[in-house]
Every structure is written in structure tokens, then in C-alpha cells.
Design a protein around this ligand. Structure first.
Ligand code: ADP
Length: 319
């Protein structure tokens, strides 16, 4: 193996830069030539490729976003676009690719590996929705960002005796809501993986109010459905003033926390090592404290489940 490429794809996440840096530095350390592919699969198809030297990744470990930029690219899913991508890989003499992205990006990586390109997948998404890894790069930073928002919202909701409903990202995965809800002391946490009852939530809100509590925080994962309708229903059924805050893209930004930087660094280095060992199709994750690699197709077939122990803990502590 002489030349490898790295790309970031799909929704960006804090720590992607640390992963790019690790791939470039570990590659060069091991005598490889490393190229950066701009704007994910779109840049691959269009041949937007640049050489990466040691200084190209200087001063980025602490930065959110991705210096390689990211994109969603429908063409990659179609035969014609995919063929173009394979041609570009051939023309540029790229022998191995490291894809940093979420579930969709991993499916693109799987397709590349099935076409015979040595491909490594790194889980770069704030959603923590990939079953084969305990944590994805960017998740812990996003939880901390949400915590900051909870703290600010708590100040104002306490001043107005309000119920604050905070909608967070995660697509079909409730982990951001669950983890930030526990850490932020939320009264209720609504996630797509567990059935919930608005009546039960309202009962708890009324009971807390009767005990003298002046405000409540409810965390809501975006995968649950229409947050505005749920807020309205809670307001109508509880008779309490409820306000919805949708945090949106602010959850994706910011400087990555130490955990994400270290996770990205370890995973990036592992990807290079596996490519040098001649491995073809691996998804890199973390289990406990160990960096582990799995066959990409097997990794993608695993079903992500919510941590019920944490979910129950949240219920006990918000009594
Ligand atoms: P994320 O990686 O954050 O989950 P997306 O689901 O948008 O984001 O996927 C990112 C990109 O991965 C898509 O825009 C597309 O280029 C590529 N992709 C997704 N699914 C496939 C697939 N089945 N085959 C090939 N490429 C795919």
C-alpha cells in the first residue's frame, strides 16, 4: 500500500478534524502518501483531491466541523455516479480509503469495499446511532453542548414557572436526549425507542408543581415525531405553560471534548494500521475502552438499542 485517501461525509461532527489529522499523520509516519478527498463522495466523484502533508492538518485538532468539508451526494447511490467514483480512485492511484461519517456514509463505504477497494469506516456522527460502537466521534461533545443549553434554559424557565421542552438531534436514536437528560437533571426524557404516555408525563409535572417545584425540563429526541404537537398536548393536558426549544444545528458545532479527540485519534491510527495489514472492509468502533474493528456489512447489520439501565436510572432520579 502506497497511497490512501480520507474523506468526511454526511452530517459533520466535532472530532472529524481530529480523525482526519490522525489518518494523515499516521499515514505519513508509516511512509504512505495521503490525499484528502473534498466534500465527501461528491468530491470523490468529481476528483476534488488534494495532497495532504504534515502541516495540512496542523492546528485543527481543536476545531469543530471538517476541513475537508462534507456533503450529501445522491449520485453515489446510483450506478453511474458510483462508477465515476471508482474511476477517480483508479486514476489517482488510491489504494485504500478511510471514510469518516454516519450510517449513510458507512453504506457508501460498504459499497466501495464490495467493489474491491480497501475501505475503512470511522463513525463520525453526533447521533451515536451506530450499533457496533459504544460511542461515535462527536457524540460526547454534542451532549456537553446540549448541557450548556439546558443550563441556560433552566435559568429562564425557573424565573417564569414554566415547563421547558428541549428537542435535540439523534434521528431515530434517543442517546443525545437520554445522556444529556440524565446529566442535566431533566424531569422527563422522551426517546423513540421507548413508548411514552403524555398523560403520565403530565401527571408527573402536576405532582412536582404541587410539591413546590417551579419549573421542569423535558428532553425530547427528534425521532419521536412532531415536537410542537407534543408540546401543545402537554400544555393542554397539564394546564401548565410549556415552551419548546429546538436546539438544531448548534449541537453539531463547537470544539470537540477531550474524549472525542482521543477517540478520533485512536480510530484514525487504527484505520491506517489495518490498511497497511491488507485489511479490506472494516468498521472501526470502541467497545469499553478497546478500539475494535468489525466487518463493515456485519457492523451495519447490528441493531442499535437504547441503554435501558440508563433510561430506568433517569426515571428513578427524576421522581
Ligand atoms: P450520514 O453519513 O451522516 O448518515 P447520509 O445518510 O446523508 O449521512 O449519507 C451520506 C452520504 O453517504 C450520502 O449522501 C451518499 O452519498 C452516501 N450513501 C448513503 N447511503 C448510500 C448507499 N446505500 N450507497 C452508496 N452511498 C450511500
Amino acid at each position: 500500500m502506497k497511497k490512501i485517501g480520507v474523506l468526511t461525509s454526511g452530517g459533520d461532527s466535532p472530532g472529524m478534524n481530529a480523525a482526519v489529522r490522525a489518518v494523515v499523520r499516521a499515514g505519513i509516519y508509516n511512509g504512505l502518501e495521503v490525499v484528502g478527498i473534498k466534500r465527501g463522495y461528491a468530491g470523490l466523484i468529481n476528483g476534488e483531491i488534494q495532497n495532504m502533508d504534515l502541516s495540512s492538518v496542523a492546528d485543527i485538532i481543536h476545531r469543530g466541523g471538517t476541513i475537508l468539508r462534507s456533503a450529501r451526494c445522491l449520485e453515489m447511490k446510483e450506478d453511474e455516479g458510483f462508477k465515476k467514483a471508482l474511476n477517480v480512485i483508479d486514476i489517482f492511484g488510491i489504494e485504500g480509503i478511510v471514510v469518516i461519517g454516519g450510517d449513510g456514509s458507512m453504506r457508501g463505504a460498504e459499497k466501495l469495499s464490495k467493489a474491491g477497494i480497501a475501505t475503512m469506516g470511522l463513525p463520525g456522527t453526533i447521533d451515536n446511532d451506530l450499533a457496533y460502537t459504544d460511542y461515535t466521534i462527536g457524540f460526547k461533545t454534542a451532549v456537553n453542548t446540549v448541557l450548556g443549553a439546558i443550563s441556560n434554559i433552566r435559568d429562564t424557565s425557573a424565573s417564569h414557572d414554566r415547563v421547558s421542552i428541549i428537542e435535540v438531534m439523534g434521528r431515530h436514536c434517543g442517546d443525545i436526549a437520554l445522556y444529556s437528560g440524565i446529566a442535566g437533571g431533566a424531569e422527563s426524557i422522551i426517546v423513540p425507542e421507548v413508548e411514552f404516555s403524555v398523560e403520565e408525563i403530565c401527571k408527573r409535572l402536576i405532582q412536582s408543581k404541587n410539591r413546590g417545584k417551579r419549573h421542569s425540563i423535558i428532553m425530547l429526541a427528534e425521532g419521536i415525531g412532531n415536537a410542537y404537537d407534543i408540546t401543545k398536548e402537554i400544555q393542554e393536558k397539564s394546564g401548565l405553560e410549556a415552551r419548546l426549544t429546538t436546539l438544531g444545528h448548534l449541537q453539531r458545532g463547537g470544539s470537540p471534548v477531550a474524549y472525542d479527540r482521543i477517540l478520533a485519534s485512536r480510530m484514525g491510527e487504527r484505520a491506517v494500521k489495518l490498511l497497511m495489514e491488507g485489511k479490506k472492509s472494516r468498521a472501526i468502533g470502541i467497545t469499553g475502552t478497546d478500539i475494535r474493528d468489525h466487518d463493515i456489512s456485519e457492523a451495519l447489520s447490528m441493531k442499535k438499542e437504547i441503554n435501558m439501565e440508563l433510561y430506568e436510572l433517569a426515571k428513578v432520579l427524576s421522581i
